[in-house]
Design a protein around this ligand. Structure first.
Ligand code: V4E
Length: 219
């Protein structure tokens, strides 16, 4: 398991020029994401995000402490921190704990599978969002461990993100510091959190879920 520390940013032609000047392009890819939740938003109301990206499953859960200082709760920082779990049996166990009463598997034996989606239905999980992203990734010389992604989603929203992956128990503050340095090098001066693809998607296509998550201070 690792923790993803990231900060999103809005980019324009100046940012692009800077990235192309001081960065190295390390990849161009396209992927399709599907996100799943119960009809009453049992996962997303806990800020838990179950995703299938192409054929791989991933669960993003908030970390117990969010600012590296030991203080619990949501911080005002521009960075977000989520644990990333990619092992399907472990994802299944965690999801089961989060949605307890919604799933049928008290009686039925549910086996999560990459090939067969029936476990999703048995746990009352439905796809609430799906979109395709084209991503260009960069690294900066002299800033090891930070990846810069420029994402274009197929529903007409683009957003950048600076990301550091920290192994469990690793130094969160050092990761945040790396992101601050990178932001300076790119000339970014965001003062507020920038909306991610999901926030914009929900606002446009799932207004009820968006309103519920907004009232619960998840978004
Ligand atoms: C954690 C989260 C969501 C899951 C998708 O995460 P995100 O990093 O936005 O997507 P993406 O495609 O960049 O994933 P990656 O390739 O980096 O794994 S959807 C909403 N959240 C919570 C969240 C939030 N509340 N605010 C911000 C700014 N970001 C994420």
């Amino acid at each position: 398991m690792s923790v993803e520390v990231e900060q999103k940013f809005l980019f324009n032609s100046d940012t692009m020029k800077t990235i192309e000047e001081i960065g190295v392009c390390v990849g161009l890819k396209q992927f399709h994401d599907q996100y799943f939740d119960t009809p009453d938003f049992k996962l997303t109301l806990r800020d838990v995000w179950l995703r299938r990206r192409e054929q791989s499953w991933e669960l993003k859960c908030p970390t117990a402490t969010v600012n590296g200082t030991g203080e619990p709760g949501r911080e005002q920082s521009l960075c977000t921190q989520y644990k990333e779990i990619t092992n399907l049996p472990e994802i299944y166990q965690r999801v089961k704990e989060f949605i307890k009463d919604a799933c049928e598997d008290g009686e039925t034996k549910v086996t999560p599978s990459d090939e067969d989606d029936s476990w999703l239905g048995k746990m009352n999980l439905r796809c609430f969002a799906e979109f395709t992203t084209t991503r260009r990734s960069f690294t900066l010389k002299g800033e090891q461990g930070v990846q810069i992604d420029l994402d274009q989603a197929d529903f007409g929203y683009h957003v950048g993100e600076m990301e550091v992956l920290v192994p469990e128990g690793g130094d969160m503050q050092a990761a945040q510091e790396k992101i601050r340095h990178t932001a300076q090098k790119l000339g970014l001066n965001e003062e507020r959190r920038v909306e991610g693809k999901m926030t914009v998607y929900l606002k446009r296509y799932r207004p009820e879920q968006y309103a519920t998550l907004l009232s619960a201070h998840v978004l």
